[in-house]
Design a protein around this ligand. Structure first.
Ligand SMILES: [Zn+2]
Length: 371
């Protein structure tokens, strides 16, 4: 198969090149390639398949609720261009509950559709003093192992506020075990963030959501996260969780190469406006997000591709969009077998129209979704 005439996003810019795919792998990139089977992508964008690295749910179910519903999520995501994802189960304070979600996610691996790339544990190792959040639970090895059903092998990342008692030691232990510590829900000071990075933290949760607002009077962790060159940052790009001007400021301070778009979507992904039950909470899909009765943001409800259109409508360039929605995720998560259009990588591709609607999604060299 050859994809011809498209605008192919490689290394931060668009190229008029052909892409040859054989046996699920990108084999050749160049001009005037010849092959029997051709897809004409004239006027369309060709991106490396999107990796949603922070997603709590979709299809009216949370990640891990059951094996069957997890498979349904895998099958549904390619219509939004997502070819791999990292399910993000919530630690509600009961490790055995989180472990059961983890088991169901594992049992769904290999299901047709978007590939489950590992698990991002949304732990209760959060430290926010405002009453909206549950009180913090201090990290321990025993508790983390219990959350992960005693297996860290496919755990990509875990949220942690480094300033919690035992937090820095826990960060070192996670790094030793191949897990990327994601700084999140932290009220730490600049020194706490410096120390966490020194110990190997390389990611923040969706920034700055979950962090205290910038305060110019203190040596604050929020500010320090922006200054640490080694930290990648997840970003909820719906332009509601973070205002577009604030996003622009972060891009200027840190460089857009360090931001990874995530859907942060909930079970209500794509749901119409209205009242819903989320666990034991009544929530509302209103003005483009899931909110509580007071209008406070609870979580996301947008699909991956919808956020790209929002980004474009807010004036971000197509180069910026390509980086943060497509190429940056594999760098942040140190993944080299996919996530970029490059010879030798898995042929996970998304073809999008000029106005950023998904036309086709290829997974492992096969068209999985056609509009
Ligand atoms: Zn989230």
């Amino acid at each position: 198969m050859i994809i011809k005439n498209g605008k192919v996003f490689i290394d931060g810019s668009y190229h008029e090149v052909d892409v040859r795919i054989t046996n699920g792998v990108i084999r050749e990139i160049g001009c005037d390639l010849k092959y029997d089977e051709v897809y004409d992508a004239k006027g369309q964008y060709v991106f490396a398949g999107f990796m949603d690295t922070h997603i709590h749910g979709a299809c009216r179910t949370n990640c891990g609720t059951s094996v069957e519903s997890m498979k349904e999520i895998c099958a549904s995501l390619p219509q939004y261009g997502v070819t791999s994802f990292i399910p993000t189960p919530l630690d509600d304070g009961d490790p055995s509950h989180c472990a059961s979600l983890v088991r169901n996610i594992r049992a769904a691996k290999g299901a047709p559709g978007a590939d489950i790339l590992g698990i991002f544990i949304y732990s209760a190792y959060k430290n926010r003093s405002i009453s909206y959040y549950a009180p913090p639970i201090n990290p321990t090895k025993e508790r983390t192992l219990a959350l992960c059903d005693n297996d860290l092998s496919d755990i990509r990342s875990i949220i942690i506020a480094p300033e919690l008692p035992g937090g820095q030691e826990h960060i070192s232990w996670l790094v030793q075990n191949g897990v990327i510590p994601a700084i999140g829900f932290s009220e730490g000071y600049a020194d706490d963030i410096r120390e966490a990075v020194r110990r190997g933290a390389r990611l923040t949760d969706h920034f700055p959501n979950g962090f205290p607002a910038l305060d110019h009077h203190i040596s604050q962790g929020t500010t320090q996260c922006l200054l640490e060159d080694e930290l990648y940052m997840q970003l909820n790009p719906d332009c509601i969780h973070v205002a577009p001007e604030f996003i622009q400021m972060m891009f200027r301070v840190k460089g857009e190469d360090k931001f990874v778009a995530v859907s942060d979507s909930s079970e209500l992904m794509g749901a119409p406006e209205g009242e819903y039950q989320m666990g034991n909470k009544t929530v509302y899909v209103r003005d483009g997000a899931v909110r509580d009765i007071n209008g406070k943001l609870v979580t996301g409800a947008h699909t991956f591709d919808e956020n790209m259109r929002t980004f474009k409508a807010k004036g971000f360039s197509m180069e910026t969009i390509g980086k943060i929605f497509s190429e940056n995720a594999s760098k942040a998560f140190q993944i080299s077998d996919r996530g970029k259009i490059e010879v030798g990588r898995r042929a996970d591709l998304v073809i999008m129209s000029e106005d950023l609607y998904v036309q086709r999604t290829m997974i492992n060299g096969e068209w999985f979704y056609t509009k």
